[in-house]
Design a protein around this ligand. Structure first.
Ligand code: C5P
Length: 215
């Protein structure tokens, strides 16, 4: 049986940074499940689909090929790894992710991709829904203020014109939609280990996870 490590938590908690580092240290696969919801959202925006029109969004999802190559996301064969991080995608993605049928399609694909080898997955429902039997589950959190600050520094370092208050607002809005939706809402799995990273460095979190997995 494959080793599965689940990393769930709210927006901007550092899940992807930490998951990538853990995957390198353990030499296992990394699957960014949020990137798949972002890919569908990106395609809807590109095709001028109204995100509130569930039927249309589902059609887009059903007819899309979402895949990863070298940890980069591909939509219908095209690399869209940069595009999916745009603000417009971030502010719409939670409304796409709350559609039941979209989740059903993407969760099936996530299970398929992850079952090929040992893997660490990050998302909102990895430990509760995608792999409820995952051997290791972590719930990574931090204060909204700190999560906003980190996201702000990250975007600023990429030369983007960003506003801290807007970022914090956006993070809170996404958390609210993600944790109150009907299907597999963002919630800590009962058997997940919670890590509050507000005053921890990236390396401290990575070491904590590696220690837990190797002990
Ligand atoms: O992880 P990331 O912030 O890129 O995820 C973007 C959005 O995708 C989340 O805010 C959430 O709405 C959705 N998502 C989800 N389930 C997952 C991963 C992401 O609903 N497993």
């Amino acid at each position: 049986e494959n080793l599965i490590i689940a990393i769930d938590g709210p927006a901007g908690a550092g899940k992807s940074t930490i998951s990538k580092l853990v995957s390198k240290r353990l030499d296992i696969n990394y699957l960014d499940t949020g990137a798949m919801y972002r890919a569908i959202t990106y395609k809807c925006i590109e095709e001028g689909i109204n995100i509130n029109n569930e039927e249309e969004v589902i059609k887009i999802c059903e007819s899309s090929d979402v895949d990863f190559r070298n940890n980069q996301i591909y939509l219908d064969g095209k690399n869209i790894d940069i595009e999916i991080r745009r603000q417009e995608v971030s502010s719409n993605v939670s409304n796409v992710a709350k559609i039941k049928k979209v989740r059903k399609l993407l969760v099936a694909r996530q299970r398929e991709i992850a079952s090929e080898s040992d893997a660490i997955l990050d998302g909102r429902d990895v430990g509760t829904c995608i792999f409820p039997d995952a051997r290791y589950k972590f719930f990574l959190s931090a204060s909204a203020q700190e999560r906003g600050r980190r996201r702000y520094e990250e975007l600023k370092s990429k030369g983007e014109d960003v506003d801290l208050d807007n970022i914090i607002e956006d993070i809170k809005k996404r958390d609210k939609i993600d944790s109150t939706r009907e299907v597999s809402p963002l919630i800590k799995a009962e058997d997940a280990i919670e890590i509050d990273s507000t005053s921890m460095s990236i390396n401290e979190v990575v070491d904590y996870i590696i220690d837990a997995v190797e002990s």
